[in-house]
Design a protein around this ligand. Structure first.
Ligand code: C2O
Ligand code: CU
Length: 465
């Protein structure tokens, strides 16, 4: 497992430039005893090993097993795919076939869900569709990737604990028509909680969510440094794999390219991008000078909040050079009009004190299954009546955001995970093209575990596997 060297957890201003060897020594960063420490490099999770010679087939094995996960200077008794957290990065092109053998070396059952990637129902990784992979067992997931974007994979069995302990990885689907960058990088954010020194479950702390109470890692490293040659361009693919943590990312020179479902935005400069658990976003970066990527405090109890931003990572520019970002010719599509009718309404209720979370007053699995026929245009209204935000995630179909609190987005916006603010109302639409019993749930995993999940059935029911 490629792990950063141990560093202490703590916040300090960045004053250290890249040295000419490329090793960044930030003398202003100190550990808890006041000693200067070297910040870890940002590494890329090792890529999945493709055993199929066909360039349009990615066949690989992911073995889920217990692992000692180093988070800063603490070790967590976690889980990992192929011994690494994040797990191997799967890279494929639109139209490629994925063949992924999941081997379960845990002593509990597990599955893989392909978050956002549009896997058909038999490959969705929900345990009632096909039985989970039992300890010592193996199962194969196979499907074609049809959309470019940054997706991720994680278990959908005891999800809260298994994701928390380190079972997740990134699936990057590229489109050969998209412009190329010198570096195409995944940056997986995770938050580890106060209990981590004790080796307990890490970020299940619904109240310790204000950034400072948690240790955030990027690809497993605390406050890392990404050294890139000045003049180069990079595409940064962010994934928020934390159970409960929000980040509002910002940095000079970051241009927002995409949300959950690939390039759907007109490139936008400068605004913070809020990632809720399960969310993704992509930035373009031209490397010119050292750059701190910061996260502003963002509370799930109400959004942007007081407090100084904290540093997620530093991009250190090595040498000199003036980057020129590739031009995107992304057509700016206006949002679809809201038909004003609603197929399914989900109200979100809950109580942080009891940990009971509900959709339409029902707790999974005792839920009413909404049914829609294949081919129907589905309009979903999600109303948040609870005192916290909820990132609403739908399996099976990505959705277009019609409106948030009555306002349509400026351009067509397709997502699979959408943050619903406190007392907010979000309207979503998609065409039901895939039969199946599709989970709809909050991606704050303790909320999902506390009952905030339901099922939308697209009929006819698919054949049993
Ligand atoms: Cu990423 Cu049902 O989840
Ligand atoms: Cu929630």
């Amino acid at each position: 497992m490629k792990r950063p060297v141990a560093v202490a957890v703590g916040m300090a201003a960045c004053t250290g430039p890249a040295s000419d060897t490329g090793t960044v020594v930030d003398t202003a960063r100190t550990d808890t005893d006041g000693a200067a420490v070297v910040r870890p490099p940002l590494t890329q999770p090792a890529a999945a090993v493709d055993v199929d010679p066909d360039p349009h087939v990615l066949e690989t094995t992911l073995t889920a097993a217990p692992a000692a996960v180093l988070v800063g200077d603490a070790t967590v008794d976690g889980y990992a795919y192929n011994g690494q957290v994040p797990g191997p990065t799967l890279r494929a092109e639109v139209g490629d076939l994925l063949v992924v053998h999941l081997v379960n070396d845990l002593d509990v059952p597990t599955t893989i869900h392909w978050h956002g990637a549009g896997a058909p129902y038999p490959m969705d990784g929900v345990p009632w569709q096909r039985s989970p992979v039992m300890p010592g067992g193996e199962q194969t997931y196979t499907f074609r990737v049809e959309h470019a974007g940054t997706f991720w994979y994680h278990p959908h069995f005891d999800t809260q604990h298994q994701v928390d302990l380190g079972l997740y990885g990134v699936l990057v689907v590229t489109d050969p028509d998209e412009p190329a960058y010198d570096h195409d990088l995944v940056l997986v954010l995770d938050a580890w909680g106060e209990a981590l020194a004790e080796g307990e479950d890490a970020d299940d702390h619904p109240h310790g969510l204000e950034g400072t109470a948690l240790t955030w890692t990027v690809n497993g490293a605390v406050d890392p440094v990404l050294t890139l040659p000045a003049g180069d361009t990079a595409r940064l693919r962010w994934v928020d794999a934390s159970n409960t943590g929000y980040v509002a990312l910002q940095g000079d020179g970051l241009t927002l390219l995409a949300g959950d479902q690939g390039v759907v935005t007109a490139p936008r400069d400068g605004e913070p991008v809020v990632l809720a658990p399960g969310d993704r976003a992509e930035h373009a970066l031209g490397v010119a000078a050292d750059l701190d990527v910061l996260a502003s405090p963002f509370s799930l109890h109400g959004g942007a909040t007081w407090g100084a931003p904290w540093r997620v990572l530093t991009v250190a520019a090595e040498g000199e050079g003036a980057p020129s970002l590739p031009a995107w010719s992304v057509p700016v599509t206006p949002p679809s009009p809201d038909p004003g009718t609603t197929t399914v309404t989900y109200t979100l209720q809950g109580d942080p004190h009891t940990g009971q979370w509900r959709i339409n007053h029902e707790a999974f699995p005792d839920v009413t299954i909404a049914e829609v026929p294949e081919g129907e245009r589905v309009v979903v209204e999600v109303r948040n009546l609870s005192p916290t935000h909820h990132p609403f995630h739908g399996h099976g179909h990505a959705f277009e955001v019609l409106a948030i609190d009555g306002t349509a987005p400026p351009i067509k916006t397709v997502e699979d995970t959408i943050d619903v603010p406190v007392r907010g109302i979000v309207r979503l639409a998609y065409t039901a093209t895939r039969p199946g019993d599709w989970m709809q749930h909050c991606h704050i995993l303790p909320h999902a575990d506390g009952g905030m999940m339901t099922v939308l059935r697209v009929t006819p029911p698919p054949e049993p596997p």
